[in-house]
Design a protein around this ligand. Structure first.
Ligand SMILES: Nc1ncnc2c1ncn2[C@@H]1O[C@H](COP(=O)(O)OP(=O)(O)OP(=O)(O)O)[C@@H](O)[C@H]1O
Ligand SMILES: [Mg+2]
Length: 400
């Protein structure tokens, strides 16, 4: 492990360094707190062992600075105190240190304390994994919920395409029958050379038959049926494509993402969840591409769209606007739903915060959205008025 030492006393510093190196760690040592802080910012150590009293910046301030510094990885801090100053240790722990060791340092104790740190890292890893799984299972849950809606969306066009095919088959029978009669008529003329009167009668019979099967209608309806069926299969194709983009968990790679495209395909996929509660107004402007994970971003839009639809009492409006601002892609999603009471706003992005009945909401949607936007170096904010509606505003830095 890479360990940073901050200790102003030369002898103690060298002693500590030697000890840690003997335990197999890579050590960088600083002779005061300010230097240690510089080194920390450069190297991102996972473990810091710092003296308490030091020139320029003491151990307490160093602790605080490390804690305020936002980082994905936990930093384990051990503070060194003199034996007769236990109160320092308490203050150090308050300032964010994880543990303390009293001087003179005993190698056995130091090794044991570092082991404790390692255990914390292990727990931290497990925690991160659990979070990742939570994200994935929320995604799976919502994909499951969607599957029902999507099945419906596909079922509809499949239904009318198959009914059209049946009608076309009936038409074909009628047309075949007519062609058969015409052929026979033609053959008669060719082989027997009929008198004019018989010809007229046969022609009349054929005309009556045409009227009977309503050939004029059949011919124009065939055109419509084919056109409609084509649109149906296009719709199915599009939904399947969008669903593929949406649901392949393994294939979500970092790339330049077109947010407008993501919004369109997400709308297609969730349309069945929205259409009974809301009409959608889109104003998608020219926005920069963003560096990110397209499916995760779609997941954010989906969660917000579904929330908006669920917030509608009667038919409402969901308005989606995108625009470019200072190199950021700005996405605003407003609804004319119930709005959010002020006291709920601070809890909105907390995991498991939900006002929905059991089985309807898990309270993970916005928490997942928040983590995803954070991962994209973006921000997500909310403004809401009870009885009027809610607006979610997302900003993500562009990459061009
Ligand atoms: N557009 C909105 N209008 C009104 N309330 C909202 C809106 N979006 C979110 N909320 C409130 O925030 C809560 C948390 O939303 P979140 O999406 O995190 O969870 P959920 O919708 O309850 O459950 P899940 O999304 O996991 O199915 C909701 O229960 C609801 O009270
Ligand atoms: Mg939700």
């Amino acid at each position: 492990m890479d360990i940073l030492i901050a200790e102003d006393d030369f002898v103690s510093r060298k002693f500590l360094q030697k000890m840690l190196e003997e335990f197999g760690h890579t050590v960088i040592a600083a002779e005061d707190g300010a230097k240690a802080w510089e080194l920390f910012k450069e190297h991102k150590f996972k473990m810091v062992v710092t003296d308490w009293m030091m020139p320029k910046m003491n151990g307490l301030v160093l602790c605080q600075k490390i804690r305020q510094n936002k980082s994905d990885d936990y930093v384990y801090i051990i503070i060194l105190t003199a034996k007769d100053q236990k109160s320092d240790a308490v203050e150090g722990l308050d300032a964010g240190a994880d543990d303390y060791i009293t001087k003179p340092i005993d190698p056995g104790e130091l090794s044991a304390r570092i082991q404790v740190g390692r255990r914390i890292f292990k727990l931290e890893d497990a925690h991160k994994n659990a979070n990742l799984q939570l994200l994935q299972s929320e995604k799976m849950a919502s994909v499951g919920q969607l599957a029902a809606g999507v099945a419906h969306e596909i079922n509809n066009p499949t239904g009318f395409v198959s009914s059209n095919l049946k009608t076309l088959a009936d038409y074909q029978n009628d047309i075949n029958m007519l062609i058969e009669k015409y052929r026979k008529f033609a053959l008669d003329i060719k082989e027997n050379g009929q008198p004019a009167l018989a010809l007229t009668e046969k022609m009349q019979a054929l005309e009556e038959l045409e009227a009977d099967v309503d050939l004029e209608f059949i011919l124009s309806d065939i055109k419509d049926l084919i056109k409609e069926s084509r649109e149906g299969t296009e719709r199915i194709k599009k939904i399947v494509q969008d669903l593929k983009d949406f649901a392949h968990p393994g294939e979500d790679k970092l790339k330049a993402v077109d947010i407008n495209k993501g919004i369109e395909s997400t709308l297609n996929v969730v349309w069945n969840e929205l259409k009974y509660n809301a009409t959608v107004e889109k104003q998608l402007g020219e926005i920069p591409l963003v560096q990110g994970y397209p499916q995760q971003l779609n997941q954010v839009f989906m969660n917000i769209f579904v929330n908006a639809a669920q917030a509608m009492e009667d038919m409402g409006v969901i308005k989606i606007e995108t625009k470019s601002s200072d190199g950021f892609a700005e996405i605003s999603i407003s609804d004319t739903g119930s709005g959010i009471p002020e006291e709920n706003i601070p809890k909105l992005f907390d995991p498991f915060f939900t006002t929905k009945e059991v089985g309807k909401g898990t309270g993970l949607g916005l928490n997942v959205a928040y983590s995803i936007i954070q991962k994209h170096q973006g921000t997500i904010d909310v403004k809401s008025t009870v009885g009027k509606g809610t607006t979610f505003m997302i900003r993500i830095p562009g990459c061009n």
